[in-house]
Write a protein that binds this ligand. Structure first.
Ligand SMILES: [Zn+2]
Length: 384
């Protein structure tokens, strides 16, 4: 069933629905189980874990082979850090895990047309999976979205609608359009979150059944953070692991509503004013699932950090020099590790994992402008 964390109402999942009548987001209670048994489906995708998705047996997966991404070790801030290369998913971002499950459910519901709003990666992912499912799709993006992401969305055949103003203006425009179609929002869909849990399952698989001690993750709308937390808790309940890793959530100093709420010990996340940041994927001034995000961080005995623009760009380059070419949003989380080390938070023997969320190719225009536009910024080296 769907469950409303605000007014406690429950709804059947057999009918299409993306939010509660009270306008809150919904959580999923899918009576799911986790098992190691292979499903017989394509083994190189998240559908190995389909028992944990709580979908009906008849649902035919809409899959492009998402998930099953490498876990490699790199040196960050003087430590060995486990890097989950989720930018290698089919559309170049981790969102494909969520889109695959969400679009599978929409297809089962018989939905023929959807809208979503996105800063870019989720839009591209939803557009690709909608194309695979034969669902018509309209994606609203802010005009500030990277050209690479906007092009990708349009190339998948979605109607791309550019909205001037903030990310929040974009969301409002999509909601308005959703009144006569279905709002397939990654920020609202409980099924999207279910797909995200597979990141946690895979990390533990790749560490021979052990959870890392820390997971450092960027947080904007919270789908990755909540997916990780739910996934690790599934495994705790199933007896696979003995502890849920501590979560370090990272935001840009230019848009840090979760940090502000956590620092002030609030239980919900009020909207903040935000500035422009290279980490466009996490520039969410008012996350829909703010309450759940704070619960997950506190439930894991976690922390929240903010990082400056310079640190994000430096980490983008540093990762690329270690052969990991990611977009700036993905560099935000590892950019916080040096502060965690300085604060004495990480013990010498503790294992730290990060999820690298989006590929650098998506942000080519912004990377070119930052590193290679001669004269615009004095401090940056010209192309080497
Ligand atoms: Zn409600």
């Amino acid at each position: 069933v769907f469950f409303c964390p605000s007014c406690r109402r429950r709804f059947s999942t057999s009918q299409p629905r993306w939010r509660c009548d009270c306008h809150s987001y919904l959580l999923g209670e899918f009576n799911a189980s986790l098992s190691h048994a292979p499903s017989g489906e394509d083994q190189r995708s998240i559908w190995r874990f389909r028992e944990s998705f709580g979908l009906s047996g008849g649902a035919r997966p809409v899959t492009l082979g998402e998930g099953s991404t490498p876990l490699v070790t790199r040196r960050i801030a003087g430590r060995e850090v486990l890097c989950k290369l989720d930018y290698l998913c089919p559309t170049g971002s981790y969102k494909d895990r969520g889109s695959s499950v969400m679009i599978t459910k929409l297809k089962e519901w018989g939905i023929g047309e959807i809208v979503d709003d996105s800063s870019g990666n989720a839009g591209a992912s939803v557009a690709a999976y909608a194309a695979a499912a034969g669902i018509r799709c309209r994606i609203f993006v802010p005009t500030s979205t990277s050209a690479g992401k906007a092009a990708q969305i349009a190339m998948y055949g979605a109607d791309l609608v550019r909205v001037p103003g903030t990310r929040e203006d974009t969301e409002r425009a999509a909601l308005q359009a959703a009144s006569d179609t279905f709002y397939a929002s990654h920020n609202w869909s409980p099924h999207f979150l279910v797909g995200m849990k597979t990141v946690a399952y895979e990390i533990v698989e790749q560490l021979d059944g052990k959870a890392p001690d820390w997971v450092v993750t960027p947080v904007g709308g919270g789908s990755l953070l909540l997916g990780l937390y739910d996934g690790f808790r599934d495994m705790l309940r199933a007896g696979w692991i003995t502890d849920v890793p501590r979560i370090a959530a990272v935001q840009s100093t230019r848009c840090a509503p979760v940090y502000e709420a956590w620092r002030k010990n609030l239980c919900d996340v009020p909207a903040v004013a935000k500035g422009e940041t290279a980490a466009e994927g996490i520039a969410i001034a008012a996350p829909v699932r703010g309450r759940s995000i704070l619960e997950a961080i506190r439930g894991s005995k976690g922390v929240v950090y903010t990082v400056e623009e310079d640190a994000i760009w430096q980490m983008t380059r540093s990762l690329a020099e270690q052969s990991l070419y990611v977009e700036p949003t993905a560099a935000a989380a590892p950019a916080a590790i040096s502060s965690m080390v300085a604060d004495g938070l990480l013990q010498a023997d503790e294992r730290v994992a990060i999820v690298l969320t989006g590929i650098g190719l998506k942000a080519t225009d912004k990377i070119v402008e930052h590193f290679f536009f001669e004269g615009r910024r004095g401090n940056n080296a010209p192309p080497r």
